[in-house]
Design a binder for this molecule. Structure first.
Ligand SMILES: [Zn+2]
Length: 62
């Protein structure tokens, strides 16, 4: 996947990384990405708490 280098405030919750970035149009987006092998979970959110909640509740594909 693409790995933009302008992520900031990157944290890790279990296997999931959450980072925020500007979308270039004056807004901030928050992305949750699972780093576990074989798991392709990745999602964008408009609000940081939503991204962190998704990370916290994520279950990897077995
Ligand atoms: Zn996963």
């Amino acid at each position: 996947m693409a790995r933009p280098n302008r992520f900031y405030d990157v944290i890790r919750i279990g296997p999931v990384q959450v980072g925020s970035h500007y979308d270039g149009r004056g807004r901030t987006k928050h992305t949750a990405v699972c780093t576990a092998p074989g798991c392709d979970f990745s999602a964008d959110y408009h609000h940081r708490p939503a991204a962190e909640l998704a990370a916290r509740t994520h279950r990897c594909n077995a």
